[in-house]
Design a protein around this ligand. Structure first.
Ligand SMILES: [Zn+2]
Length: 237
């Protein structure tokens, strides 16, 4: 019997969740890069420092920021990976010591999802025969290959997103005349934040304008604060 074409074969739906996770994390990481590096550049520029000092400080802020983002992401995702590995070890142990009980547990999960007890039992038996640990990982623990915690990948993605965002303030520190670096960086940063705030909102299915204004507001506040504090130093180098 030829299989009836499933919904996915004719017109695959576009589920936001499929692309939101990592893209939204990347946009938010870029936001961090834009705001924190722009804050350093604007603050140092407001202190009256020379172009090379502003640039050197900005680049140091990029490196420090990207490394700390990567370290933070690595540690948090690694602890998630550790938890997953510990759960899988317990599951493996239970499958060895109480295979019958585990089979009933899996069948019960399928009954709760709407299968008849007979069919649930049959599905559980077939999945146990195929790969019992994978079935329990997916249907009992919610751990799938696609969503497995990948600390190094997450750390690299986070550092890359931060650095991508930082290109804006570093670019304006490079290109603007030294006496206009603070103003140029603030303008470029606000445009960048309005765009990324709107994009993050759109990806999350939220109103774009509100998302853009919200991020823009906090960015403007950060620029104003660092400019004020930088101005206090008024260093002539
Ligand atoms: Zn189990």
């Amino acid at each position: 019997m030829s299989p009836r074409p499933g919904p996915h074969s004719r017109h695959p739906e576009h589920h936001r969740t499929q692309r939101v996770g990592w893209l939204r994390a990347a946009v938010l990481g870029a936001n961090d890069g834009i705001v924190s590096v722009a804050g350093v550049v604007v603050g140092v520029a407001a202190s009256g420092a020379g172009a090379d000092v502003i640039l050197a400080t900005g680049v140091a802020a990029v490196v420090a920021g990207a490394m700390s983002m990567a370290a933070g992401e690595y540690v948090s995702v690694q602890s998630q990976a550790d938890t997953e590995a510990a759960d899988l070890a317990v599951e493996r142990q239970e499958l060895e010591s109480e295979p019958q009980h585990e089979l009933e547990e899996l069948a019960h999960i399928y009954v709760r999802r709407g299968l008849t007890p007979t069919l649930a039992r049959e599905v559980a038996e077939q999945l146990h025969a195929h790969d019992a640990l994978a079935a329990h990982a997916r249907d009992e623990l919610g751990i799938t290959e696609m969503l497995r915690a990948r600390p190094l990948q997450a750390a690299l993605a986070s550092a890359a997103a931060f650095t991508a965002g930082a290109v804006l303030p570093i670019g304006s520190a490079l290109l603007a005349p030294v006496q206009h670096v603070a103003m140029a960086t603030t303008a470029v940063t606000l445009v960048g934040l309005l765009f990324s705030g709107g994009l993050a909102a759109w990806l999350g299915g939220a109103p774009m304008v509100r998302g853009a204004l919200r991020v823009g507001f906090w960015g403007a506040l950060a620029m104003a604060a660092s400019h004020a504090i930088g101005g206090l130093f008024n260093v002539q180098v």
